[in-house]
Design a protein around this ligand. Sequence first.
Ligand SMILES: [Zn+2]
Length: 450
Amino acid sequence: MSLRDKALPPARRLLASLRATPKTKILATAAVGMSLIAFGAAGVAPYAPDASELPVTVKVEELGVPDLAGQIDAQRSAPGSFVAEERIRAGDNLASLLDRLGVADREAAAFIRSDTEARALTSLRPGQRVQAVINTNGKLLSASTLIADQRAERRLVIERSAAGFIAKKEPAPLERHVEMRSGEIRSSLFAATDAAQIPDPVAMQIVDIFSSDIDFASDLRRGDRFEVIYETFWQNGEWVRTGRVLGASFKNDGKTYQAIWFGDAHGENGGYYDPEGKSLKKAFLKSPLQFSRVSSGFAMRVHPISGMWKQHKGIDFAAPIGTPIRATSDGYVDFAGGQGGYGNVVVIQHGGSYSTAYAHMSRIAPGVRKGTRVSQGEVIGYVGTSGWSTGPHLHYEFRVNNDARDPNSITAPQVQMLTGASFHQFRQQAAEIKHRFRLMSPEPTQLAAR
Ligand SMILES: [Zn+2]
């Protein structure tokens, strides 16, 4: 019996719990990779109140989970009181909510209706949770809910005190979870991340992380695979937001790229490194086009000339009009404007002998003119068909001493390496991430290698 067989039942349970969603069928592929995940769901069920908005979540691990409702827990143990929890339903009003919570307290209801802070309780969206601590007479001792305050990371707390009720908004202590997902490319990246229930911000991080090595618009192949490990933040069992990708592995056209996040002691100011400690950030991005959900559908239908080094000494990237074009490296603008066959073109000097040119733009980004400093990834214009162009595309030139060259033939400048103590520290972190990659890998040889 393999490790995977042992762990299949929880995955099946997950699938069963997802039967209600239309994505069940495609999820099956992704679920195989998650089969070793433990479902120690202390109050966090893999349940999404609004499937269109919240990802179904598999809880993998709790890292330093704070006691969220410490206050409420304290009162929970107080004799003669209990905790009730309800979700807002469509058409709810304060009376119906309090009724379901078991609150029979005119004073509390009057306070909630009149207090400027507390009133937020009357305008919650369906699906949101409200917790209340109530005594046996139905009197409200306290109530709390997550409120949609900018980044939705604040909590509204209403409390009974000796002087009457008070309401306050306080920072929401967030639980950090680490999740693992895997998927396989069948039509496009986003189709695969959707099937694996990976939120868009995580998909976009994957694209950014590998942007020096993979052009997600033209390099993807059917059968490419990925594994991703990322943070999510929760409050009281409610999904709040995604965090950072901690590790990602991408097998593209037979070649596997791995990325491991490594930051300072506070987990900040870091970057992504391959398992040998080599930075994944290179001097030039592989593609000047900004990859997005909008352009990704186009991606797999790229016409034959695009992405290829051609006789005319440039690379043509087919893309819809308006697709943002990014500077592939840091530099300053040497030329921005109309230039014959190039149409609207921007030329960037990168120091040394390197420069890049971006032609046929529909328009140049505001503020981009001769002398403007630009950084890698900055949007400098938009795809168009100006100049001598047969259809919307970006003509991209990589020049060495003003001579167009095939960028794939240029040896990349030296990349940053981790050394010494930080490399030693990195190795330990990398071992943990690599172990997780193996857990998600479909290849039995890799499992056997453990
Ligand atoms: Zn061209």
